[in-house]
Design a protein around this ligand. Structure first.
Ligand code: RFL
Ligand code: PHB
Length: 389
């Protein structure tokens, strides 16, 4: 088999890139390790930046998003009883959209079906070859048989644990990493959200987040030690701990119910440079991870796709190499800024094991500064709604 662009990974990055390339008449094949059902069962991000929404519209997959997505003008940050409102719309003229990653991926799969693109599921042992030649090839195993696809470009959209990044020789890449000493315990429940906008809460008991998917589906998180397991947290224990971390008015009015999903995610900041090695390009979690505190993971993957789809179209359709040569540098410049914002939000809102008493005072001072300074709120808003592509 032969194609122009071979995409490894059928998550949001891989599918969106495939969608945009096929729309422009560039042929792709997507190789995905698991089933479609499994990809769609992962509950992850919930907030889309303005630029992400625009690109999804350009890709022709925003009909349901425009109908069912919840536009949010702002969010709250709390510190025990203090509630600080950051009004994105007043401060920047822009809003974010609350619409789950699962829904984005569902819409992408259905658009890909309509276009009749090739997505091969349950592939094993993907191996990438001859990245320094004019034509590269990718091998994989499907139902016990080894297969081969020749291509001009390979794009690694296979997430943090994928094979693409590791194909780049160790001495040709530099990794930057910070692993945080805690995780997020997340619960999804069929209950009305605790608040009309998201609440990011700092408290003497640690971080909590109140988010949502729709008017009767809520998503909550609390900071927990990475040594905790999901089994250790009954629903009742979760609700009790969550309420203790929220301002009392919110906690008292909150509707709780049975959890329909419960999981613990680790928090890490990670960047691997460069994003290009010969004919291979890295996109999304394959190249970088942010802690979810700034809601940047999925949005960063989308901005990588934005830069790369234009660059690949220029190279393939018009034989112009300038943009693919600039991809790594251009994408990394935006990635590092989102890294900084996610790290700053994480530091401002989480308790670190063994920290000194000074650290807690710094968090309190940051939040009280936000409460009184419009400049500080504008800076947060500008980053939260998303830096321009
Ligand atoms: P994904 O979504 O990880 O998709 C990668 C796809 O590649 C497949 N794959 C392979 N396919 C073929 N061969 C291989 N060798 C392969 N190895 C892997 C995988 O099966 C998968 O389908 O990466 P992508 O597309 O770059 O998208 C990035 C986003 O998913 C990610 O940034 C966010 O979900 C991050 N993230 C969150 N971001 C937020 O903004 N808010 C959140 O609340 C939030 N929660 C999360 C998260 C990421 C998590 N991870 C990675 C474990 C919670 C979790 C648990
Ligand atoms: C979510 O709704 O899952 C969510 C929202 C905002 C974040 C992280 C996760 O910063």
């Amino acid at each position: 088999m032969k194609t122009e662009v071979l995409i490894i990974g059928g998550g949001p990055s891989g599918l969106l890139l495939s969608q945009l390339l096929n729309k422009a008449g560039v042929a792709t094949v997507v190789l995905e390790r698991t089933t479609r059902e499994r990809v769609l069962s992962r509950i992850r991000a919930g907030v889309l930046e303005t630029g992400t929404v625009s690109l999804l519209k350009d890709a022709g997959i925003a009909t349901r998003l425009e109908k069912e997505g919840l536009p949010h003008d702002g969010c709250y940050l709390s510190d025990d009883e203090l509630m600080v409102h950051v009004n994105f719309y007043e401060l920047t003229g822009k809003r974010v959209m609350v619409y789950g990653q699962t829904e984005v991926t569902t819409d992408l799969y259905s658009a890909q079906d309509d276009m009749g693109t090739t997505i091969i599921h349950e592939v094993e042992d993907v191996a990438i070859h001859e990245l320094d030649q004019k034509t590269s090839f990718v091998e994989y195993t499907l139902e016990g048989q080894r297969k081969r696809i020749d291509c001009s470009y390979v794009v690694g959209c296979d997430g943090f644990h994928g094979v693409s990044r590791k194909t780049i020789p160790e001495d040709a890449r530099v990794e930057f990493e910070r692993v945080y000493p805690f995780g997020w315990l997340g619960v999804l429940s069929r209950t009305p959200p605790a608040n009309h906008e998201l609440i990011y809460a700092n408290s003497s008991r640690g971080f909590a987040l109140c988010s949502m998917r729709n008017e009767n589906l809520s998503r909550y998180y609390i900071q927990v030690p990475m040594s905790d397991t999901v089994e250790q947290w009954s629903d009742e224990q979760f609700w009790t701990e969550l309420k203790l971390r929220l301002p009392s008015e919110t906690a008292n009015n909150m509707v709780t119910g049975a959890s329909i999903e419960k999981s613990i995610a680790p928090l890490r900041s990670f960047v691997s440079e460069p994003l290009r090695w010969g004919n291979l390009f890295l996109v999304g979690d394959a190249a970088h991870i942010v802690p979810p505190t700034g809601a940047k993971g999925l949005n960063l993957a989308v901005s990588d796709v934005y830069y790369l789809h234009q660059a690949l179209i220029a190279a393939i359709k018009h034989d112009v190499q300038t943009d693919i040569n600039a991809y790594s540098e251009k994408a990394l410049s935006r990635i590092w800024k989102a890294m900084r914002f996610s790290w700053q939000m994480t530091t401002m809102l989480h308790q670190f094991d063994g920290e000194d008493s000074f650290a807690g005072q710094m968090r309190k001072a940051s939040l009280s500064h936000l409460a009184r300074s419009e400049t500080a709120r504008r800076d947060l808003a500008e980053n939260y709604i998303g830096l321009p592509f």
